[in-house]
Write a protein that binds this ligand. Structure first.
Ligand code: HXC
Length: 260
C-alpha cells in the first residue's frame, strides 16, 4: 500500500516508468533500514507489475542520499552487525529484472553512492557529488563500493576515493565512467524519465535479456560472457518480438511489441 510509505514517494508515469523518490529530507535521505525495506518492497512490486517497464530512483536537489544512517548503526556491536549480516538486504535492488536508472543530484555518498551504483545506469546533475567517505568515520564501504567502483572507474580512482573519502564531481565521474550522462541539475530527472520511458516502450523479455547479458560482463570471463550473450541472442529468435521488430523494419513501419 503506497499511501503507507514513510520514506519514499512513488508514482507510475503514463510512459510506464515507476518513479521512486527517496524522501527523508531532514537527514539528507540517509538510508535507514526501514527506508531500504520500503525500497525493496516497492521495487519488487514494480518488477512484477505489468504497468511498469522501467524504474527511476531519485532523491532531492540537495542529496540523492548521504549514506547509510550513521546514527542508526553507530552503537551496534560486532555480534549483531555480523550475526544479522547488516546491509545484506541492500543487494536486492541489483537483482531486479527491469531496468533501473539512478537520477542523482547533490550528494551521493557512502551507501548513497553504492545504491546509485546498484542501478543499471546513473544520470547525474552537474552539481552531483559522489564519494565513499566511510574511511573518515572509521569504517569501509559495505555494500559493494570497493568492488563496483573498481569495475567502473578503475583501481587508481577507486583507491583514491575509498582511501581519502574525498568527493568527486559529476563531470569527473562522467569521464571516469561511473556516470552515463551529465545534465543541468533541473534536467537530471526529466532525462532519466525519458530514458526509462524509452526502455519501457520496448519488448520486456528482450530488454530483460539484454540487461542480463550486460550484467554478465561483471561476473564472468570474456569467453564465458560472450558465449552467454550468444545464447541469449539466439534465444531472442524464439520470441514474437524479434520477428515483429525485424518485420517492422523491413516493412518500414513502427514495431508493435507483443510483450510489454
Ligand atoms: C545519518 C545523516 C547522514 C547519515 C547526513 N545526516 N548524513 N544522518 N546518517 N549518513 C543528517 C545530519 O546529521 C543532519 O542532521 C542532517 O542530515 C543534515 O546534514 P548536515 O551535516 O547538517 O548537512 P551539511 O553540513 O550540508 O553536510 C552534508 C554532508 C554531511 C557533507 C553530506 O551530512 C555528511 O558528511 N554526511 C555523512 C556522509 C557519510 O559519511 N556517509 C557515509 C555513511 S557510512 P541534524 O539532525 O544534525 O540536522 C555508509 C556505510 C555504507 O554509508 C555501508 C553499506 C551500506
Amino acid at each position: 500500500d503506497v499511501s503507507k510509505l514513510e520514506y519514499l514517494k512513488v508514482e507510475v508515469t503514463p510512459e510506464k516508468v515507476g518513479l521512486i523518490t527517496l524522501n527523508r529530507p531532514k537527514a539528507l535521505n540517509a538510508l535507514c533500514e526501514e527506508l531500504i525495506e520500503e525500497l525493496n518492497m516497492v521495487t519488487r512490486d514494480m518488477d512484477e507489475d505489468d504497468d511498469v517497464g522501467a524504474m527511476v530512483i531519485t532523491g532531492s536537489d540537495r542529496a540523492f542520499a548521504a549514506g547509510a544512517d550513521i546514527k542508526q548503526m553507530k552503537d551496534r556491536p560486532f555480534s549483531e552487525v555480523s550475526g544479522r549480516n547488516m546491509f545484506a538486504p541492500w543487494a536486492e535492488l541489483s537483482r531486479r529484472r527491469k531496468p533501473t536508472v539512478a537520477a542523482v543530484n547533490g550528494f551521493a555518498l557512502g551507501g548513497g553512492c553504492e545504491l546509485a551504483m546498484m542501478c543499471d545506469m546513473i544520470i547525474a546533475g552537474e552539481t552531483a557529488q559522489f564519494g565513499q567517505p566511510e574511511i573518515l568515520i572509521g569504517t569501509i564501504p559495505g555494500c559493494g563500493g570497493t568492488q563496483r567502483l573498481v569495475r567502473s572507474v578503475g583501481k587508481s580512482k577507486a583507491m583514491m576515493m575509498c582511501l581519502t573519502g574525498e568527493r568527486v564531481g559529476a563531470q569527473e565521474m562522467l569521464t571516469a565512467g561511473l556516470v552515463a550522462k551529465v545534465m543541468p541539475a533541473e534536467e537530471t530527472l526529466p532525462e532519466a524519465l525519458r530514458l526509462a520511458g524509452k526502455m519501457a516502450s520496448l519488448s520486456r523479455p528482450i530488454v530483460a535479456a539484454c540487461k542480463e547479458a550486460v550484467n554478465a560482463a561483471y561476473e564472468t570471463t570474456l569467453d564465458q560472457g560472450v558465449l552467454f550473450e550468444r545464447r541469449l541472442f539466439h534465444a531472442t529468435f524464439a520470441t514474437e518480438d524479434q520477428k515483429e521488430g525485424m518485420s517492422a523494419f523491413s516493412e518500414k513501419r513502427a514495431p508493435e511489441w507483443r510483450h510489454r
